[in-house]
Design a protein. Sequence first.
Length: 128
Amino acid sequence: MALPLDAIEIRGLRCYGYTGYFDEEQVLGQWFEVTLTLWLDLAPCGADDTLTSSLDYGQVVAAVRSLVEQARFRTVERLNTAILEVALAFPSVLQVRSELVKLAPPLAGFSGQIAVTMTRNREQQADP
């Protein structure tokens, strides 16, 4: 599949969620930050200036926020896979890159962040 060079980026989507390996993470929760790059054909919107020929990124933000806030997975890899699935459910999205950041991982003596980055396209999504 030849992908268009067009993309919409959603940066800095902060959500409070309950994904984590430790039981405390699933009970107390923590902050996550998501950055998405959504590849799609933006030429029609560039020509006709209507939202219906583009992607309503507000709907993507709402769907991802809902997922992160409600899901209870053990790993950020599984949560990020679910984020990719949500984004690819929008018909105009051909490929998505998601960076999921655990802003304050519960690691003794570590004050940094942990990020998992994954990219999937519609064809990969269809594979079993």
